[in-house]
Structure formats: structure tokens, C-alpha cells
Design a protein around this ligand. Sequence first.
Ligand SMILES: [Zn+2]
Length: 248
Amino acid sequence: MRLFKTEAIVLKSNLISETNKIATLFTKTHGKIQAVAKGARRSKSRFINAIRPFVVGNYLLFEGQNYYYIDQWDLIELHPNIETDLIKFSVASYFVETMNKILEEHEKSDNLYLLLKTSLKDVDQFQIDPLVFISSYNLKLMALLGYMPQLNNCVVCGRSENLKYFSSSCGGTLCTTCKDKCRDGVPINETSLKVMWYLLRVNFESLQNIKISSVIKKEVDKIITDYMKEHLGLEFASKSFIDKLKNI
Ligand SMILES: [Zn+2]
């Protein structure tokens, strides 16, 4: 039996038996793992918050035959505002769902861990337009996964003028001359390109007072969502709720 200590973020939790719960943890040292919290269903269990989604903690875990088991834990971040605000909750749910689907079991990544930890902390603390926040998160996520879209030059000829189309399959912008060279080139507003470049580079805190028209917000979201579908082959259930917020 091997014991180890690690910081981790709870991605989700489920019942595993009448008294026990199992949590999907994104750990710093062992990547994504399944960890059982014995007796966590009892109302007085010391593990109630240990397996609550979005919680960040320090965990002492031991490795069993099929699962890991939580032995002890200490809270680092509880994110109280996420639990009481439906929009914050939806955005946070999208963050943990994407990470859970993208990560393989035992897949470790310091960069993805830091992105998720920061995203949860910032959604809890700051008032940021949900679609803008998600677009910024998605762009940063894709960049960390090695799929950073090319936004400043044509993906075919390399020119930096007349970038008026975007192709998910070719990985970025197309100029007017090359617009038919990729199978899925779609028109893109010049402002959307600038917004995407900005959302990729700045930290989330800077997005608090940003004003983006709803036309541009929706175009940016659509371009990035299609881009993620093309490269990851994944769609995310919690995104459909956020899509409804577009009309607010
Ligand atoms: Zn070109």
C-alpha cells in the first residue's frame, strides 16, 4: 500500500455504494485519478467537502488495487460564489467538464492544472461575461494542447493583410486570395480576430470591464467552438446551457 500527498481539484463525484462516494480528482502529481472517500455519504463525514466539485485541496491518498482512497485532506479553495450563482456555476461546470473529457486517466499536466485552478478561482472572484470568459479559457486551453490557432497571418500564404476568413481544419485565418484553399473557410469579422488575439493573451482579471458587442461575442464563440470540435472531436454538455445565455 503506497501513500502519497498531492494537491488536487475535484472534477466530479458519484455514489459508489450506500455509504461511499468516488471522486474524479485532477491531481498535481498523478494526473487524473479516481479516489474513493469512505463514508462520504454520511452527513457528518469529514470528506463531505473533500469530494465536492470545484474544491481544491491537499490530499493524502493511498493506492488500492482498483482505486485510490482518500485518507486525509485539507482545504485550499472552496469557491463559495460558484455554489450560489447559477451563471458562475455553469461556467465552472464547463471548465471541469472540458478538463475531465480531455484528460486521460493518469495524464499529468502542470499547465492544464494551473489553467483550471486559476479559472475556478477567477470565476468565483470576478464578474466576467460568461461567453467572453469561456472564449478566453477555450483559446488558452487549445494553445496549451498544442492547437493554437494562427490569427495574424494567412495559414496558406503567410500574408498578414486581408485576413477575412477562418478555417478550423487549416488552423487559422485565410486571406481573400486563399479563401478557397481550405475546405471549411468561413468569413470572419476583423474585430473578431482582434478580440480572439486579445482573449488568448490577457489574464482573466483583465476581462472584467471589457465591452464586446454581442454580434462579435457570438461569432468568436462559434469560431472557437467549431475549431475545438474539429481538433478535439469533443462536444461539451455544459456548453449548451451557456449557449442559452448568449441571448441574455
Ligand atoms: Zn493567403
